[in-house]
Design a protein. Structure first.
Length: 187
């Protein structure tokens, strides 16, 4: 009876809960301390974008219901970007432009990550992660940390792929928790 007071539907509530899990996963300390991901707004954005991409990829396989939840997740992401920029003191007139740029950046990364995940092994994804997460435009150099992050991303993708549709769409699951064991020897 009082559902109209909250203004949130059950699917919207599920999307917000899932987005919260994505953000919590992206904030695991070992990404920053163990792998050397920059602990900056940009570095945190990159990890949120990676984990959100992985969840959205799994939702793509669930037809119309997955599409609806994906759209709500993306709307939640955009709202969060807007809120974060305003909290950081970005001017009201600049926020929409920056949010649009952040959303466009997400779609760019999604296309590159999708192609990299389709390739065998860790190297293609590690190179993409080196470019975006570790801010090395030429994707050259030591890929050890990027390969550990790529292994973690593949682990999440594989775990989500095994998830039954009802658990996925109902939000009754946890993302694979980040673990220093995923670092594979990187300290």
């Amino acid at each position: 009876m009082f559902a109209w007071l909250t203004g949130r539907s059950a699917p919207q509530s599920t999307a917000e809960e899932l987005y919260g899990r994505v953000v919590a996963e992206a904030r695991q300390p070992w990404f920053y301390a163990g792998l050397g991901v920059p602990d900056t707004p940009e570095g945190r954005y990159e990890l949120v974008a990676l984990h959100l991409f992985l969840l959205l990829e799994r939702l793509r396989s669930e037809a119309q219901a997955g599409e609806k939840l994906s759209q709500m997740l993306l709307e939640t992401f955009v709202t969060d970007m807007d809120d974060c920029m305003r909290e950081m003191g970005v001017g009201d007139l600049t926020v929409p432009k920056r949010v649009k740029r952040a959303a466009a950046g997400f779609y760019e990364r999604a296309g590159i990550y999708r192609a990299a995940l389709a390739e065998p092994g860790l190297e293609p994804l590690a190179k993409a992660l080196t470019r975006f997460v570790f801010n090395a435009p030429d994707a050259a150099g030591d890929l050890t940390a990027a390969e550990a992050l790529a292994a973690h991303a593949r682990n999440i993708a594989n775990t989500l792929a095994q998830l039954p549709a009802n658990e996925l769409l109902g939000g009754r699951f946890k993302l694979t928790p980040a673990s220093p064991a995923d670092i594979r020897g990187v300290t």
